[in-house]
Design a binder for this molecule. Structure first.
Ligand SMILES: Cc1cc2nc3c(=O)[nH]c(=O)nc-3n(C[C@H](O)[C@H](O)[C@H](O)COP(=O)(O)OP(=O)(O)OC[C@H]3O[C@@H](n4cnc5c(N)ncnc54)[C@H](O)[C@@H]3O)c2cc1C
Length: 325
């Protein structure tokens, strides 16, 4: 008899899980509130461990073919002085819509895709309910009631693509008091760039043009590449406050489990959120097949909660921000 699995959220974590579960043993339904969002988003850096995990669902080649390996990277002061050459990092930059398309192609035809928001996961008729529903997860409080609310950070992020030619020496991150900028080639569409700075703007949704205007003022004394990118950017940039998940002691309770940002949303500084979402999903699928979900939880909670804490610390270090949040 196949076990019924309801996956709440058809983003990176949810699609990877649906692709990884054996349809002969699990009857999977993926519930996605906003299927149209699959075409949106900017580049993500994927580290080797995530690419290895993708090979378990047969998606590694497709993602690697669509991705782009940066030819170099360095750490700079915000004024542009190169502090540390980092060589060519072993990560692949891939556009989020390309990654989601590759994951969707790996999902077996037996999986049912249901569009619509799940307002009450407890009402889902399934043996297992997996929350892959991001930082605002509705499944998370069913796993750990004290972790219902996502946590705001004082930082906003801007992301965009630029066709500006970027020299190898300019690739990488620029750190300075209250400001972080990064730029990395992301294939034929140009270079992917991002900023973070402390901001009181809100509530959401943030107006990208207002955040861009604030960023131009905050980065007014930054390196020429930073100022030129921001000057050329237009309203197509993406602006978000950075939210994190609260600390979690467990990812599984009864028939409920959480993976990806629902379990451990972190600041983007380690570039690991999507990577860990992919790894969560393939390792949970293997554990569900072997009946070792408790062991999965014991391994994944300390590791991913460690990344969540370390990523927040790296954000504060990069922005030299010693204030309490
Ligand atoms: C500025 C920035 C840069 C980043 N850079 C990187 C990077 O370089 N590398 C990296 O690895 N990570 C990066 N990340 C993190 C990465 O984007 C996330 O970790 C990743 O998207 C998490 O995937 P997920 O599937 O867990 O959650 P999400 O992507 O949030 O997907 C959740 C899905 O669930 C759906 N959903 C939510 N609630 C419901 C509901 N009630 N019913 C039905 N559907 C629902 C949503 O519509 C969504 O599609 C970055 C993040 C930011 C903010």
């Amino acid at each position: 008899m196949r076990r019924q699995v309801a996956v709440v959220g058809g983003g990176i974590a949810g699609l990877t899980l649906a692709a990884a579960l054996d349809p002969r043993r699990f009857a999977v339904t993926v519930h996605e509130a906003e299927p149209e969002r699959a075409g949106a988003g900017f580049a993500l850096g994927l580290w080797p461990a995530a690419l290895r995990a993708l090979s378990r669902i047969g998606a590694r080649e497709a993602v690697a073919a669509l991705g782009h390996r940066p030819p170099g990277a360095g750490l700079h002061t915000i004024a542009g002085r190169r502090l540390l050459p980092l060589g060519s990092p072993p990560l692949i930059m891939v556009q989020r819509p390309d990654l989601l398309a590759a994951l969707r192609a790996a999902v077996p035809p037996e999986v049912r895709m249901s569009s619509g928001e799940v307002s009450d996961p407890a009402a889902l008729d399934a043996d297992l309910v997996i929350g892959a529903d991001g930082v605002r997860s509705r499944v998370r409080p069913l796993v750990q009631p004290s972790a219902a609310e996502r946590l705001p950070t004082p930082y906003v992020a801007l992301r965009g693509l630029t066709t500006l030619p970027v020299r190898v020496r300019e690739i990488g991150e620029y750190w300075g008091r209250g400001r972080l900028f990064g730029i990395v080639p992301a294939g034929p569409s140009g270079a992917y760039w991002f900023t973070s700075h402390r901001s009181a703007l809100g509530p959401e949704p943030l107006d990208p043009e207002v955040v861009l205007a604030e960023a131009r003022a905050v980065f007014a004394t930054a390196a020429p590449i930073v100022r030129t990118v921001l000057d050329r950017a237009g309203p197509e940039v993406s602006a978000t406050r950075i939210w994190t998940a609260p600390p979690m002691r467990r990812y599984v309770r009864g028939r409920y489990a959480v993976i990806g940002d629902a379990a451990h949303a972190m600041t983007p500084n380690l570039g690991r959120g999507a990577c860990e979402a992919i790894i969560d999903a393939v390792t949970l699928a293997a554990a569900m097949e072997r009946g070792t979900v408790a062991t999965w939880q014991a391994r994944r909670v300390p590791l991913t909660q460690g990344y969540r804490v370390a990523s927040g610390a790296l954000m504060r270090l990069a922005l030299q921000d010693l204030r309490r949040q």
